[in-house]
Design a protein around this ligand. Structure first.
Ligand code: BG6
Length: 483
């Protein structure tokens, strides 16, 4: 038999965003406050402000009704500009658009019995607009945010009750958009629970590392159960639904061929792939039993949980890929959930303006390895480069570095496809400039479309096409065969 020579027909080329990074309209039409809206903008460019939130900081944030320190409240005003933005996506020929829904638009406090109709109507309008251009929505149900009230009342995902709150919301939206959306994702980058609050909605920054580890893995267990229950709901509501999981993939290399370093890298990889092991295979992998014992983590499970996990496996695996990691024996942060970001320098790689190590070949390595491990369709739902773009006097952004980054990654994707990997699609992250997840900056730009807004929220919000806009249009037109 022959091998595939390129991307399949119907390959889902597109772009990705998240509600709390683009929408704005944070207090409009009945929407409740979210966990993303109490995270302050980082003071320094590379300082990640993900998990360090205290109850005191939340109270301060709640008392502040401006968007000044909380850029995720303003986003890029997609809430009012969605028509113009989707039109631009269509002009590039997008086949898919990955977006997330703000749970607090639908259930403002998380535990109401009736949903907020105005919130539901907003997403109807967005999906209808996408349908006009035959753009397939890929919808993340939980992308780094939840109704803030759930944090205050039940400490977010640390509480088992949050499963019920969540599945009430998902039941409503799966039914409402039954004929408008086919592809769903449950939790964005579920492994980012290693940072705490942003993913788990649980305030734990004043606890010891050991206590944090306990609370974070327990929160993840609740998310696993919730995700599996969504799969079950989806099957009943529309058998054509596809529900996937989503991992921030951190391919780890050993720093040397010393077997001890190779083993350290393997262990790091396992801690990262633990999440997909559960969500794709439907059970906790054995290696975690030992890990939990050695780190004094006790997952409290209810009878029936194991059966739920088994029943609720996902039909595809999606992931983000920005960089690879390097580790050595002795330096591995044994107690972190995958030891993200804190890796060592790889002398063979260049870095982005934010120090992220650029590694296109690593994408092929991870695609091949994940296909070998799981044998389910893969979907790259985030990849891209955050850069300090300059809007010229001619109204243009010459982002050849972005074209280079994307081209090199797409070449490697194609290689993986030729190796037989089943790849469903590629949604470039931040297809329109948006607020950074980790630092809340505007100046960390990913888009094909430039948005005139600075870190303090000044600017006309006008949209401009970057050079990469036309380049991506050609890639989609040629189904990737032009590169
Ligand atoms: C992923 C997230 O971690 O990476 C996105 O799912 C995020 O929400 C993206 O924006 C890039 O990270 P950052 O911090 O540069 O915005």
């Amino acid at each position: 038999t022959d091998y595939p020579k390129g991307f399949k027909d119907g390959f889902l080329w597109g772009g990705a965003t998240a509600a709390n990074q683009v929408e704005g309209g944070w207090n409009l039409d009945g929407k409740g406050m979210t966990t993303a809206e109490v995270i302050r903008k980082s003071e320094k460019r590379t300082e990640m402000n993900l998990g360090s939130v205290t109850m005191k900081a939340i109270e301060e944030a709640m008392a502040d009704t401006t968007t000044d320190h909380y850029p995720k409240r303003r986003g890029i005003d997609f809430y009012h500009n969605y028509k113009e933005d989707i039109k631009l996506f269509a002009e590039m020929g997008f086949k898919s658009y990955r977006m997330s829904m703000a749970w607090a638009r639908i259930f403002p406090k998380g535990n109401e019995t009736e949903p907020n109709e105005e919130g539901l109507a907003f997403y109807d309008r967005v999906f209808d607009e996408l349908a006009k251009y035959d753009i397939e929505p890929v919808v993340t149900l939980s992308h780094y945010e939840m109704p803030l009230d759930l944090t205050i009342k039940q400490n977010g995902w640390a509480s088992r009750d949050t499963i019920t709150s969540f599945t009430r919301y998902t039941d409503v939206v799966l039914k409402r958009y039954k004929d408008k959306v086919r592809y769903w994702l449950t939790f964005n980058e579920i492994n980012v629970s290693s940072f705490g609050f942003m993913e788990t909605g649980a305030v734990d920054s004043e606890l010891t590392e050991k206590e944090q580890l306990q609370i974070r893995y327990q929160a993840v267990h609740h998310q696993f159960i919730a995700s599996a229950l969504v799969v079950e709901q989806a099957r009943k509501i529309n058998p054509n639904f596809e529900v996937g999981c989503m991992l921030a993939r951190m391919q780890t290399y050993p720093s040397t061929p010393n077997p001890a370093d190779v083993r350290a890298a393997q262990k790091n990889d396992d801690l990262n792939l633990f999440f997909t092991d559960v969500q794709v295979r439907g059970e906790y992998p054995e290696y975690m039993n030992r890990y939990f014992k050695e780190n004094d983590v006790h997952i409290s499970m209810e009878p029936g949980d194991e059966a739920i996990l088994k029943m609720g496996t996902v039909s595809y695996l999606s992931f983000s890929y920005y960089m690879s990691m390097v580790t050595s024996a002795g330096k591995t942060g044994d107690t972190s959930l995958g030891n993200m970001i804190n890796g060592e320098k790889n002398p063979y790689l260049e870095t982005s303006d934010w120090g992220w190590q650029i590694d296109p070949v690593g994408l092929r390595i991870t695609l091949n390895a994940m296909w070998d491990r799981y044998r389910v369709p893969l979907f790259i739902v985030e990849n891209g480069i955050g850069a300090l773009d300059k809007l010229g006097a001619d109204g243009k952004v010459h982002d050849d570095y972005r074209i280079k980054y994307l081209e090199e990654h797409i070449i490697q994707m194609k290689e993986a496809v030729m190796d037989g990997v089943d790849l469903m699609g590629y949604t470039m992250w931040g297809c329109i400039d948006l607020i950074s997840a980790s630092t809340s900056e505007m100046s960390k730009r990913y888009g094909f479309i430039y948005v005139d807004q600075d870190d303090d929220g000044n600017g006309s919000l006008k949209r401009y096409k970057k050079d990469s806009f036309d380049w991506y249009k050609q890639v989609i037109e040629a189904n990737g065969q032009n590169i």
